[in-house]
Design a protein around this ligand. Structure first.
Ligand SMILES: Nc1ncnc2c1ncn2[C@@H]1O[C@H](COP(=O)(O)OP(=O)(O)OP(=O)(O)O)[C@@H](O)[C@H]1O
Length: 351
């Protein structure tokens, strides 16, 4: 499977794609589609801070890639009328890296720290103090002679983002005044996002084509916008430029993204599980070998969405196809199919 094919339904983006995405980002909370609860909560946090004339509490956003965390961080800064500084956990390898960022912040600035769970441990401790007391202790010298020189920093608001809130140490989590949990988007929300993006791209998107693309976008705005760009390409080259239902279907079938948003790898895994292993249970490695992939690829790339969509269940005895998987692939389950024989009943998840 080529990189390009897989990229179509991956929730991650490379630098080139992020540059393209910039043009499609909503600029205010009102423009931000979906996540109603988060939007309402956030709006309250920001308004009350503005009334008090203070920087709002630190904000943690948790949720998968492509759900709009960076976009929201930009909106927070814009709503507060302040500027945004962006860094990420992997970029902070030593506490000095963090000290350099913190000590150059201006009053009221918003610091967006993406993938905060991947920050170096010593930097974490420095961040605790900075968040609570707006102070950085800079250590000068080494060994027994080392001394910590306290340095005041400007009051700021930290916006941390993580795909795994559970992986954050409790002392760090506790220092956030508000945690925004970002969920996958409903198809009607994705439809709105697609219409908005089409408008910005100057594309003529038919309402039923928006429904079609939304249904294949895995609940993720980034994937929706990406599929929209591919359908637009197709419409421009092979059609008259209009994004009709027919064009959307033809384009997505060419790119092998099916009506549930499964791509070739997803379908290969399901086909192997159903045809070769009669729906399982089968171990991850055996399943991976049968589709010619590394177990890790199957586990990390394909499985999470297959499990989330209810096509595969992870049981202590291995992977099992559900009734939905048989139906989606247009196959008839054998009478002794695992999902019917109580294999799923009461089964705990495999670690
Ligand atoms: N609620 C939304 N309304 C409209 N567009 C959205 C929304 N959420 C995300 N998008 C669009 O989806 C794309 C990806 O969003 P964003 O970069 O904010 O995701 P992210 O959660 O920060 O992802 P990552 O963790 O990979 O950085 C952007 O082009 C953005 O404009």
């Amino acid at each position: 499977m080529s990189e390009h094919e897989r990229d179509l339904v991956s929730p991650e983006a490379d630098l080139d794609e992020r540059a393209v995405e910039g043009a499609l980002r909503p600029k205010s909370l009102d423009e931000f589609v979906g996540q109603e609860r988060v939007r309402e909560q956030l709006s309250l946090v920001l308004r009350s801070a503005q009334r008090r004339g203070k920087a709002p509490d630190h904000i943690l956003m948790s949720g998968g890639p492509g759900l709009g965390k960076t976009t929201l961080a930009m909106i927070i800064a814009a709503e507060l009328g302040s500027s945004l500084r962006i860094t990420s956990g992997p970029a902070i390898e030593r506490s000095g890296d963090l000290a350099a960022v913190l000590s150059t912040l201006h009053e009221g600035e918003v610091l967006f720290l993406d993938e905060i769970h991947r920050m170096a441990r010593p930097a974490e401790e420095m961040l605790y103090v900075a968040m609570e007391d707006f102070r950085v202790d800079v250590v000068v010298g080494k060994g027994p002679g080392a001394t910590a020189i306290p340095l005041d920093i400007a009051p700021f608001t930290l916006v941390g983002a993580t795909t795994r809130a559970g992986m954050l140490p409790a002392p760090l989590r506790d220092r956030f005044g508000f945690v925004a949990h970002m969920d996958f988007y409903r198809p009607d929300e994705l439809e709105l996002i697609l219409r908005r993006s089409a408008g910005l791209l100057g594309a003529d998107l038919a309402p039923d084509a928006a429904v079609e693309i939304a249904g294949r976008s895995r609940g993720t705005p980034r994937i929706a916008n990406r599929l929209l760009r591919r359908v637009r390409d197709y419409a421009e080259v092979r059609g008259d430029g209009r994004l009709t239902l027919e064009t959307a279907r033809a384009a997505l079938s060419l790119y092998e993204v099916d009506d549930e948003g499964l791509d070739r790898l997803d379908r290969a895994v399901l086909t192997a599980l159903l045809r070769r292993f009669r729906g399982g249970p089968v171990g991850l490695s055996t399943l991976a070998v049968s589709v010619g992939e590394e177990p890790e690829t199957v586990e990390v790339v394909a499985e999470p969405f297959l499990v989330r969509s209810g096509f595969i269940a992870r049981t202590p005895r291995g992977r099992v196809a559900t009734a939905e998987a048989w139906a989606h692939m247009g196959l008839t389950p054998p009478p002794d199919a695992a999902f019917g024989a109580g294999a799923l009943f009461g089964a705990a998840e495999e670690p």
